[in-house]
Design a protein. Structure first.
Length: 220
């Protein structure tokens, strides 16, 4: 079988997959998972599509993606655990890890505990600092390893399955998403504006002691 045509941004990864195959999958997922912004998730989807076309083995793609995800987060954990916030901030500016972003992630992790390790895998931004934050807040490594492995298995399984099943229909799916994305964005904007207006009206009503009622002459 010939290599499938990858639409949109996925297409930029086609030469990487054709030249490096499994190595590209492992390297990009690994690097992304300790904080460097590279298309780790995207390469996983693209590799699964290639596997669906017979260019790669789907089991190998899944296992390599899982192993790289776990190892990458553990490297991040070591960075956070031994280097702490100073090391993360010192080198974070090179990978868009700003003090504000780090503080927000730290607060988020402290609030939600170890369970967030699984959920963070699916959230862009948190996925890249997942291990680093767990190390900074001194989470037990064994506990982190268990939750991280669960998250990595779910994350890898989801994207590998979707990419593999999409196969030759990926281009049609991509164009359909692009066609309706503007409607989704417009709907989201309308919803946000409505919530803002509602919030302001509620605050205005709460700040008005008279409740917004107008008293007649006999009541004054």
């Amino acid at each position: 079988m010939s290599a499938p045509v990858l639409p949109g941004f996925l297409g930029t990864l086609a030469p990487v997959l054709q030249n490096y195959g499994y190595l590209a999958v492992g390297a990009l997922v690994l690097i992304e998972d300790f904080g460097i912004p590279v298309p780790g998730e995207t390469i996983l989807i693209a590799a699964a599509v290639y596997a669906g076309a017979g260019q790669l083995n789907i089991v190998a793609v899944g296992l390599i993606g899982f192993a790289a995800a776990v190892l990458g987060d553990n490297i991040g954990y070591a960075i956070g655990h031994f280097g702490g916030r100073p090391l993360a901030l010192r080198f974070g500016r090179y990978v868009f890890l700003t003090p504000k972003r780090l503080a927000s992630a730290e607060q988020f992790f402290n609030k939600h505990g170890a369970g967030i390790i699984v959920v963070a895998r699916f959230i862009e931004g948190l996925r890249q600092v997942n291990g680093i934050m767990a190390g900074i807040i001194k989470m037990s490594w064994r506990r982190f390893l268990i939750y991280n492995a669960i998250g990595a298995a779910l994350w890898t399984g989801l994207w590998v399955s979707l990419g593999y099943l999409a196969g030759n229909h990926l281009t049609a799916i991509y164009h359909a998403i692009g066609r309706y994305s503007l409607y989704a964005v417009a709907g989201g904007i309308v919803l946000i504006v409505g919530l803002v207006i509602r919030h302001r009206l509620r605050r205005r009503k709460e700040s008005d002691p008279s409740g917004g009622t107008v008293r007649g002459p006999s009541e004054q």
